[in-house]
Design a protein around this ligand. Structure first.
Ligand SMILES: Cc1cc2nc3c(=O)[nH]c(=O)nc-3n(C[C@H](O)[C@H](O)[C@H](O)COP(=O)(O)OP(=O)(O)OC[C@H]3O[C@@H](n4cnc5c(N)ncnc54)[C@H](O)[C@@H]3O)c2cc1C
Length: 411
């Protein structure tokens, strides 16, 4: 039986944040008439392609403080918001709907089906059960305020309808037709910049090494004190992997300002102190003087990378440990622990990328995800200036902000 509406609410954007806001609202206020608009002909298109088609739903981290540290922008606001909705709540929410999530060794959590369609099907079933009015293929071109404080939505430049509350869950605001409406409603945007990308390099040290990875590298721009650590992957264009992606996120704005041409440094052995490397070299000089450097595999470095770094440090791979001069030894330690590389452009990470920038956080009350200027106007997800590193943190921000907006709209 169709429900009797107590209020009419529009949620704009049929992605992760929009769905979670709509489902929360219908769950908490069964009488609200919820309209979910999506300009594309497909719901949850990013969820579909996320995590390589598996959807990295959240991260196995349950401490709001530790979790919030994974967000280059929005950390402070999200830390408080995670006290309302955090990964354990996400896990429980899906479990109550018979979707189990599993954690991988690095903490990323996926549905046990390893298929993002599981998440999409769950949302669509729930939305139908809750009688949410699913309106896809309908882009909202403008929003304005009526004299009574309700909102007038311009739908596909034709229809104009009023709603008591509106939640903007638009995703990246890159070339969004609603940018002007958002400004007219009194909000300003932090400039947009891509985050989570790989670095392009053209460097003899990595020629022919595409596909090699090291488990524990440290990378930084200007100071090793502001470095990121983790696995690093050599690709056919340059470098990727968690260490690089994290650095791209934390330095997103600096790198954009440099038009993605910048110097960065790599310590290939982040877990080994420099003095231990020097001691190991000394030990080999004494104990394995006749062995060639080429034939000594040290610190689990991939053989081809080791040889390439030797050559770059101007050391013949046939050199024996007893022949290794002090100067060459120092050059090699430097190459291993602080090699300098030049990035010449970026490549979008195919598994996960986000846009940083968007509606300014200080203009939003994060306890309700409501505008500080316009009552009953809410925001959720990536259209706000907040973003996380890879690992399920961006979806968690969408669930958290969507949940809080839904709760506030249901009041
Ligand atoms: C390839 C890829 C893989 C990713 N994988 C992961 C992952 O595994 N884990 C993770 O945590 N994050 C991942 N992310 C990031 C994650 O997808 C985003 O952080 C998340 O989708 C943001 O949710 P959102 O609802 O805010 O925005 P979106 O998912 O972008 O949804 C916004 C929706 O609003 C619609 N819309 C916009 N304007 C209008 C309008 N005017 N009218 C009507 N509709 C409109 C858009 O069409 C869109 O469908 C990935 C991103 C990419 C690109």
């Amino acid at each position: 039986m169709p429900k009797k509406a107590s209020k009419k609410i529009a949620i704009i954007g049929g992605g992760a944040a929009g769905f979670f806001a709509a489902l929360t609202l219908s769950e908490l206020d069964a009488e609200a008439e919820v309209h979910l608009f999506e300009k594309r002909n497909q719901w949850l298109s990013k969820v579909k392609i996320s995590g390589g088609g598996r959807c990295n739903v959240t991260h196995h981290c349950f401490d709001p403080k530790a979790l919030s540290e994974k967000y280059p922008r929005g950390s402070k606001e999200l830390r408080a918001a995670f006290h309302t909705w955090q990964p354990q709540d996400t896990i429980d929410w899906f479990a109550q709907r018979k979707i189990q999530l599993k954690a991988e060794s690095d903490g990323r959590m996926f549905p046990t089906t390893d298929d993002s369609q599981t998440i999409i099907d769950c949302f669509l079933n729930q939305a139908q059960k809750s009688q949410i009015k699913l309106r896809k293929g309908l882009g909202i071109d403008g929003i304005s305020l009526n004299p009574d404080g309700s909102f007038l939505l311009e739908i596909n430049d034709e229809e104009k309808t009023s709603y008591q509350s509106v939640c903007l869950a638009l995703g990246s605001l890159k070339s969004s037709p609603l940018e002007r409406s958002i400004a007219n409603l009194g909000h300003s945007l932090e400039s947009l910049a891509p985050s989570l990308f790989a670095f392009n390099i053209n460097d003899t040290r990595t020629f022919g090494l595409s596909g090699l990875s090291v488990p524990n590298a440290k990378v930084w721009l200007n100071s090793p004190k502001q470095s990121q650590t983790g696995p690093l992957l050599i690709t056919h264009r340059g470098m990727s992997g968690p260490a690089i992606l994290k650095l791209s996120a934390w330095e997103a704005r600096t790198l954009q300002a440099q038009n993605y041409h910048f110097d960065f440094s790599i310590n290939w052995l982040a877990h080994i102190p420099k003095t231990s490397i020097e001691d190991t070299f000394e030990k080999h000089r004494i104990e394995n003087g006749k062995r060639t450097l080429k034939n000594t595999l040290l610190f689990d470095l991939p053989r081809r990378l080791w040889e390439s770094l030797l050559v770059y440090a101007k050391i013949s791979p046939e050199t024996t440990w007893s022949q290794l001069s002090k100067k060459s030894s120092e050059a090699l330690v430097k190459e291993l622990t602080e090699g300098l590389y030049k990035a010449q452009g970026k490549t979008t990470n195919k598994d996960e990328f986000v846009t940083c920038g968007g509606v300014k956080r200080q203009e939003i009350n994060f306890k309700r995800m409501e505008s500080k200027f316009v009552p009953n106007l809410y925001f959720a997800g990536e259209c706000i200036d907040l973003d996380g590193i890879t690992g399920g943190f961006n979806f968690q921000a969408a669930w958290t902000t969507g949940r809080i907006a839904g709760m506030a709209m249901a009041e």
